[in-house]
Design a protein. Structure first.
Length: 241
C-alpha cells in the first residue's frame, strides 16, 4: 500500500464522529483504544441518540435513549476516551443540516481536533449481504463537510470566534466502514478492549456479545493477515495537511 497520512505518527487530539452510540466501537474501537493508550486525547461525538435501536414495539424510546447514553459513557471509559457526547437527534432522522454541522464544527474547535475519525459516506453496499444505514452515510458526509470547508474557516459559524473559540485545521481524516481502505491499522493487543467496550452496549446485545466477539475477531484477523499482524482495522485515510 502507498504511504498515507496514517504512516506519519500523530499525537494531537482526535474527534470521532459517528451516527449511533455503538458505531465507534464496531468501526474503529481498536484504533481508538490504541490512540488513547498512546496518550492522545480522543473525544467522541455521537450524532443521534439511538432511540430506535430496538425491535420491541413496547420499548419506550426516551428510556432507550437514556440507557444508550449511559452505555456510551461506560464504553468510552473502557476505551479510555477523554469525553463522549451524544446529540439529541432521533435515530434514523440524521440529516446533513447547518444545525448538525455547527455542533460538529464547534466540537472540532473545542477539542482542537487534529484528526477526525468517522465512516466512509460513499460505502453503500457491503458485498451482497447488506447495505449501509442512512444515518451512517450521513454521519460520514457531515464529518467531512465539518472538516472542510468548515472548522478551519473563520467565516463558518463565526459566532464561535466571538465566543472565544479559534478555527481548527484538521490534518487527517480516517474513515472506517469503507470498501476502499488505503491503510490497515495494526490493533494487535487492543481487540479485547474493542469487544469489552462494545459489550457495554447491552441494549443492543439481546443475543449477548458472542456474535460480535466472533465476527469482529474474524474481521480483525483478516485485516491483520493482510499486513502480517494478528489483528487490524481498515480505513480510508485522507491527508489534508
Ligand atoms: Zn449504527
Amino acid at each position: 500500500m502507498a504511504e498515507t497520512a496514517a504512516d506519519v505518527p500523530r499525537t494531537g487530539p482526535v474527534l470521532g464522529v459517528f451516527a449511533h452510540p455503538d458505531d465507534a466501537e464496531i468501526a474503529a474501537g481498536g484504533t481508538l483504544a490504541k490512540w488513547c493508550a498512546a496518550g492522545r486525547q480522543v473525544h467522541l461525538l455521537v450524532l443521534t441518540n439511538g432511540d430506535r435501536g430496538s425491535s420491541d414495539p413496547a420499548r419506550d424510546r426516551a428510556e432507550l435513549a437514556a440507557t444508550r447514553l449511559a452505555e456510551t459513557q461506560a464504553a468510552g471509559a473502557v476505551l479510555g476516551l477523554a469525553s463522549a457526547r451524544v446529540l439529541g437527534i432521533a435515530d434514523g432522522e440524521l440529516e446533513n443540516t447547518d444545525v448538525v454541522r455547527e455542533a460538529v464544527i464547534r466540537t472540532i474547535r473545542e477539542v482542537r481536533a487534529e484528526t477526525v475519525l468517522s465512516v466512509d459516506p460513499t460505502a453503500w453496499f457491503f458485498e451482497h449481504r447488506y447495505y449501509n444505514h442512512s444515518d451512517h452515510r450521513r454521519a460520514g458526509e457531515i464529518a467531512l463537510d465539518a472538516v472542510y470547508p468548515g472548522a478551519g474557516n473563520p467565516h463558518y459559524f463565526s459566532e464561535h470566534l466571538r465566543e472565544g473559540l479559534e478555527i481548527q485545521e484538521v490534518h487527517d481524516v480516517w474513515l472506517g466502514w469503507t470498501n476502499e481502505p488505503n491503510h490497515i491499522e495494526d490493533i494487535t493487543g487492543f481487540l479485547a478492549m474493542k469487544i469489552d467496550a462494545l459489550a457495554e452496549h447491552g441494549s443492543q446485545l439481546s443475543e449477548g456479545i458472542r456474535f460480535f466477539q466472533e465476527s469482529l475477531t474474524e474481521e480483525a484477523a483478516k485485516a491483520g493477515a493482510s499486513i502480517g499482524v494478528e489483528h487490524a482495522e481498515g480505513f480510508r485515510v485522507l491527508d489534508l495537511s
